[in-house]
Design a protein around this ligand. Sequence first.
Ligand code: PLP
Length: 453
Amino acid sequence: LDQIQTVSPSIAANIVQELRDQRSNLKMIASENYSSLTTQLAMGNLLTDKYAEGYPNHRFYAGCDNVDAIESEAAQLAQELFGADYAYVQPHSGADANLVAYLAILSAKAQKPILSELGYEDPSKLSREDWNKVREVVHNQRLLSLDYYSGGHLTHGYRHNISSHLFDVYTYSVDRESGLIDLDQLRKQLHEVRPLILLAGYSAYPRKLNFAKMREMADEVGAVLMVDMAHFAGLVAGKVFTGEYDPVPHAHVVTSTTHKTLRGPRGGLVLCKEEFAEWVNKGCPELLGGPLPHVMAAKAIAFREALRPEFHDYAQKIVENSQALAAACVEEGLDVLTGGSDNHLLLINVAKTFGLTGRQAESVLRECKFTLNRNSLPFDANGPWYTSGLRIGTPAMTTLGMGAAEMREIASIIKLVLSNTTPAKTASGKQSLTKYILDNEILVSAQQRVQAL
Ligand code: PLP
């Protein structure tokens, strides 16, 4: 830090501030965690200086022997950890991993057949006219994914994301009454839409999914089953989601981040069946430039950590905590969507119970030293900015060693704070969607209780 201080005191100060922030506020964001110091050290070093476009033993730069070894080890460990046919560890993020997967599936299932029809193998040999014919076929493929308000991710075809330009996007939603994904309903929609890709996976859905059934359904219409397990990869690695709930044996392609429940460095990962390996391996040049060797080294460390038996206990505890927190919230009279949780997160409707927006609830709880995020709920009348809900996750709290007693205390503090918060009025006398009023005594008491956790 002294070194950084001499070059940029402001950056050094922000790093120290962030350390204080992460230590003095309780991290309840479902997509965050605390990576190990070993992971962080593997990431912060001279490996960042090396270019290594291509893949192991097939690079466009000299001097890649060490990066070859690092990437091969990380990929091999990922295969072992998840029992996958093939692993590609270059994606810089979950968003990149999804794009690599989309391009691989489009190349294998849409581009290759039309290229052979036109008598080519290599797209760079095509005339402009023929290439435009290929583009038309490739860009007219259908994607069927969970809609944003039902918990899908931006990269699953949201209009403000590049994925919506790559596909003709159709979405499925959770059931209005139960808040659950109804697989029988999805089967009907799948038969109507007949997409190239059926995409499963979520950022904000509190239940597990039956991937064996989804694969069966995808096969009925000849679709590729892609699963984005970014949020619950740690529960798969820790063997909490097994059998029909483990996406790896069932999906053709699985994407993930490495930094959420998996507790590794910030990054992405693609796993696939052998038939897609050749296409996934073309992540560079299709989408990516040079890989990040320092991050691939840190991924290898995190995969080794997740292969240890303790990781199973950790993953199990994440789910137990999420269930304990959901049950305690229900007991406190909070509106927990679907009534509980099977995974690492729960969703709470604060508009219905407290007349607050998610934005107000997020801000007031942050003042009380809880760091969590507001979240759109299914069919949310407050839209994606103000929202009606909160998303709470237990991965980071579990890393801190918390258990059922802490979950009960957290639910009680949330109830205390939200039931004493009222929306403020705007200058024109309307109810504010952002500002709120909370009595100072309650605020101080909540802060003290969070500090004591
Ligand atoms: N996929 C899902 C399901 C996610 O929840 C996220 C991030 O929140 C991503 C992909 C994107 O990951 P990243 O932020 O690393 O690009």
